[in-house]
Design a protein around this ligand. Structure first.
Ligand code: BDR
Ligand code: CA
Length: 313
């Protein structure tokens, strides 16, 4: 079977960086481009990190398009530096990239790529959905032209990780999420409900580092600040692989339990702003608008992640 052709819209970000590595390590996937957005840190750093990751993985032929530097309506949210480090890549230090982003804004890049080959590209958004929302507004035909969209975002039954109710990517640009959720694109949502079941532990990282290689060291160094954060605030020795889990939809779909629901996001600006919710009881009578992952065999996914990193190492 030919590999699934994907573009990743990303704000690297430690787990974003690991997603890029996992995509490149997976024969089931053809990573065609990255588009960047502000989120975990500002757009200069997310774009730099995207370019640096591709160079690190000998994949600098893959284009990077720089995207939005601010959310659509709300003020920029809390920086993710406490989780992702000042550079966005924890304690990992990558050389300054030699390559540059393409000379086209991410919004136009996405529109052009998606319309050029209708129903061929699956888009992954693993940061705030600002670029995609604006692309939909500029060229609504992309909603029909995408093969699919996989989103890391939201917290359906789970609590939030940036407010008690909201997940970071959705909360960072709730209006963008609202546009995307109601766009008609075939969506698969990977919320915190499942990503918090995919915990990479320090023992996993030590195991990977039995192979002395730059990839193993990158996983160790990039996750160091992230793991300190989890230890301090969540009380466990590891970190959740939020963004990499999106790729399970291609490389190990059997690990995920998906349900179809009507899912919406609160943009009222109140205490639950950015909260995502599913109409489990079908009280709104609205048609389903996405598949939502509500369970996962988390340990199996972590094993798969480590195996792929070992191959890359
Ligand atoms: C999401 O927020 C970011 O910090 C991570 O990169 C991930 O995309 C998890 O809520
Ligand atoms: Ca991210």
């Amino acid at each position: 079977m030919s590999p699934t052709r994907i573009i990743i819209d990303t704000d690297p970000g430690v787990d974003d960086a690991l997603t890029i590595l996992l995509a490149l390590a997976s024969p089931e996937i053809l990573l065609e481009a990255l588009t960047t957005v502000c989120g975990n840190i500002g757009i200069d750093k997310t774009t730099r990190n995207a370019l640096a990751m591709l160079e690190f993985a000998n994949a600098s032929h893959i284009p990077v398009a720089r995207g939005c530097s601010l959310p659509l309506v709300t003020a920029p949210g809390k920086s993710g530096e406490a989780v992702h480090g000042a550079s966005g890549l924890g304690k990992a230090v990558l050389p300054e990239p030699k390559s540059k982003p393409v000379n086209q804004h991410a919004i136009d890049f996405l529109i052009e790529r998606i319309l050029a080959e209708p129903r061929q590209i699956t888009l992954f958004t693993i940061g705030p959905m600002t670029n995609l929302a604006l692309a939909i507004r500029k060229e609504p035909r992309i909603a029909q032209a995408l093969k699919g969209l996989v989103i890391m975002g939201g917290a359906i039954r789970s609590g939030g990780n940036i407010t008690p109710q909201a997940e970071f990517n959705v909360h960072a640009d709730p209006h963008a999420a609202h546009i995307v959720f109601h766009s008609g694109i075939p969506i698969t949502l990977i919320p915190l409900d499942v990503t918090y079941k995919c915990l990479l532990t320090t023992a996993d990282v030590d195991r990977l580092n039995r192979i002395a290689s730059p990839v193993a060291r990158f996983v160790r160094d990039s996750t160091a600040v992230y793991m300190d954060f989890y230890k301090k605030y969540e009380g466990f020795d590891g970190c959740a692989l939020h963004d990499p889990l999106t790729l399970a939809t291609i490389i190990a779909p059997e690990l995920l339990t998906l349900e179809e629901h009507h899912v919406d996001v609160d943009i009222s600006g109140g205490i639950s702003n950015g909260k995502t919710f599913a109409d489990f009881m079908k009280v709104s009578k609205k048609p389903t608008n996405m598949k939502v992952a509500l369970d996962v065999r988390g340990r199996d996914f972590i094993e798969l992640f480590i195996e792929r990193m070992e191959k890359l190492a």
